[in-house]
Ligand binder design. Structure first.
Ligand code: ZN
Length: 215
């Protein structure tokens, strides 16, 4: 059973979803494509058209993202919102998850989730928010991807993982340089579950929320 890394910026890692962003996409490699909230340009629609084409035609595009909101960085929030809504709708149409980047903006996510009848499955990546916010999100199709923060004792990530429904969890390395095996081992200790069990759970979780499967 492979320990899938559902969000990484490191190329050529097996069993991982590479955040391809605007870079050239190698054939056959599982990737996520999207417009990061920091990179939403005034003419983002042109970039979005390319992403839409790639995501529709390439079955190895396993997710849309990172997309989302960031109040600390990037262009004005109205622009970020427009790009997010378009990308969320694309993920929903393709029935693949959206990988969320969300900084100081959970209100915008909740606003979206409360107003949208057909949201995609959303994976909040690098989850390290308070357990109270996780509870607020549980009525919606929101999933939590845990990364290096999990390895910091008493972090929000650590606390949240322990209380998180097991069918809502994923693991990732992001841009950390930490090995994915270390993240699974950390989670295994916290949850008192074998790494192989977590690996199987993550694969099952993914396949339950995406039309494009992993194995
Ligand atoms: Zn990332």
């Amino acid at each position: 059973m492979h320990c899938w890394d559902i969000h990484t910026h490191r190329e050529r890692q097996p069993y991982s979803i590479l955040q391809a962003g605007g870079t050239k996409i190698e054939a056959g490699i599982p990737v996520s494509v999207g417009i990061h909230p920091w990179e939403v340009a005034p003419n983002w629609e042109a970039a979005f058209e390319k992403i839409k084409q790639e995501a529709t035609q390439n079955p190895r595009v396993l997710a849309i993202g990172e997309a989302g909101f960031d109040r600390l960085k990037g262009p004005e929030i109205l622009l970020q919102k427009a790009a997010f809504y378009a990308q969320a709708s694309l993920a929903s149409q393709l029935e693949i998850p959206l990988i969320l980047h969300c900084v100081k903006s959970h209100d915008l996510l909740l606003e979206y989730l409360k107003s949208e009848k057909n949201p995609p499955n959303i994976i909040w990546h690098g989850w390290n928010q308070k357990p109270a916010l996780a509870r607020q999100l549980l009525p919606f199709p929101v999933f939590f991807s845990f990364g290096k923060q999990l390895l910091h004792p008493h972090s929000n990530a650590e606390q949240c993982l322990k209380g998180c429904p097991i069918d809502r969890i994923f693991f990732e390395t992001d841009d950390s340089g930490v090995e994915i095996d270390s993240i699974y081992q950390g989670a295994s200790l916290l949850l008192q579950l074998p790494v192989a069990r977590l690996a199987a759970q993550v694969i099952a979780n993914w396949n339950a929320i995406s039309k494009r499967k992993i194995a």
